[in-house]
Design a binder for this molecule. Sequence first.
Ligand SMILES: *Cc1c(COP(=O)(O)O)cnc(C)c1O
Ligand SMILES: [Zn+2]
Length: 411
Amino acid sequence: MALAHVTTLECTLCGAEYDPEQVIYTCPEHDGVEGILEVKYDYDVVHDRFDADLDGNIDTQWKYEAFLPVDDEADPVTLNEGGTDLFDAPRLSDALGVETLVKDDGRNPTGCFKDRASSVAVTKARHAGRDVICCASTGNAAASLSGYAARGGLDCRIFVPGDAPEGKLAQPLIYGADVLAVEGTYDEAYDLSVEVTEEFGWYNRNAAINPFQVEGKRTVGHELAEQSVVRGEVPDWVVFSMGDGCTIAGAWKGFREFYELGYVDDHPKMLGVQADGATAIHDAFHGHEDADDVAETLADSIAVGRPRNTVKACRALEESDGTSVVVPDEAILDAMKLLGSNEGIFAEPAAATPVAGVREALSRDIVDEDDTVVVCSTGFGLKDTEGAKRATGGVTRIEPDIAEVTDRYST
Ligand SMILES: *Cc1c(COP(=O)(O)O)cnc(C)c1O
Ligand SMILES: [Zn+2]
């Protein structure tokens, strides 16, 4: 059987099971799109299929193909995503006061870790004979999906909030997608995309509701586990920012799989970080009464008022014995500068948010100064130069006159 390693799609709310060969997005037993499904595997089969060495040589995420829910016969649509570096970060560690490593997923083909998921989604859509794929996105998922749709020869239609950063709108345009900028929030763009897939039967790759979509994100967890084996040390904490919550859930699922299969002998605690203007997952995890679903933060990629994957994200925090914190926008801007100026890694606001989260967690004795921490930088900063300007205040303007320079540098 072509999908022999995939057993069922299981509802995260009621446990109902569905056939993985059918196209189904969410469990029909619940309102709207609340019944998020989870892909379940037969790990004996997966383990038998997986014959790569955990030697740290990771050309692309397809090293872990045995774990991906794609048909044996399917031809991967790939731009060589994954296999990103895990950097030591000595100066950043000094500045934060804890040993910190950076998993730089901003250096994926479209500048974002979402390429891991897009590659899997487009591979599956093309194999299923679909020719139109669509999604709603705060920006990066759209840019990523458009790139992979182009690579796989599919038409792509995307719904983004009208105020997405220019760079993230430029990418899908060049990749040839139809970019529908919705005059409204991400949450509204999202609802519209679900409506149109029902109406027109396009393949919907919205991360939160397409159960297969998030499965590609597990490879960042597989890589972190493999890189831990090579380093001879499993980090105490792995830190991600959270928007819809799929990313941290996927990363945890991947690491957990390698741990449960005995490929790595320990697991990290997951620390999820949200902006203090968009705290829905944090509130759910800590049992806070969450009143509203506003999302106000300059970190556009995590400006999500109604996260679609709260259940999976909270489960990741719980199972790993981790937790969540929130940080203000000013701390996110500081974190961008800290990461860039200390280590040469240019992260967009949502991608620098984990660094701000480490500071917050240290100050609240969640993270100990003897711990080892991995922050995952999820997206490249050049997509959002406005954020960078706000973080730094911009350039120093001078006249073309040597006196201006001597004034500045002579003591
Ligand atoms: C999408 C995104 C996130 C958040 O991922 P979720 O799965 O929505 O939690 C974080 N950082 C960047 C750069 C993103 O594009
Ligand atoms: Zn259900």
